[in-house]
Design a protein around this ligand. Structure first.
Ligand SMILES: [Zn+2]
Length: 155
């Protein structure tokens, strides 16, 4: 069962994600995460090219589509678990996403999309808190992504 070309843990397509600089590790980094698929999708956006200076409108439009997908997946879980705080965060994420218009104003949309992604992150953490699981920190997975951190040379 399942698609052999997808990670059995986090359901990521087993191909390198160029947008996120994601390289396939020998073992799924989300193996011990609760909601591995949600965390994995979140991080592919979090570390995505669309948030960087080098982004072109096409990157932003593609990220917008992925963000919508992630939001609807998180919403599905939130509705099932029925956690008030998470439902509020989902509503806020939809509100932020509605302010984005990647086809007409891609660069202006980035801040709204950033905000939506942040609310999605809150919603994922609301779910994790309910399970008394470890909260999701993208920094824990940073090593699996080609991340160019701003100000890294100052560290
Ligand atoms: Zn995986």
């Amino acid at each position: 069962m399942g698609n052999p070309f997808r990670c059995p843990v986090c359901n990521t397509l087993l191909e390198e994600d160029k947008d996120a600089g994601f390289k396939i590790p020998p073992q799924c980094p989300y193996l011990n995460a609760s909601y591995p698929e949600l965390c994995s999708l979140h991080d592919k956006l979090y570390f995505g090219k669309w948030r960087k200076m080098v982004a072109v409108p096409r990157d932003i439009k593609r990220a917008y589509a992925k963000l919508r997908q992630l939001l609807s997946k998180v919403e599905e879980v939130v509705q099932k678990e029925n956690i008030l705080q998470a439902r509020q965060d989902i509503r806020k994420a939809y509100g932020a996403l509605a302010a984005a218009n990647p086809d007409e104003e891609p660069y202006d949309s980035v801040k709204h999309m950033d905000q939506a992604l942040s609310y999605v992150h809150h919603a994922i953490n609301d779910l994790l808190r309910e399970k008394q699981a470890r909260l999701h920190l993208p920094a824990d997975y940073e090593m699996h992504y080609d991340v160019v951190l701003p100000f890294k040379e100052d560290l």
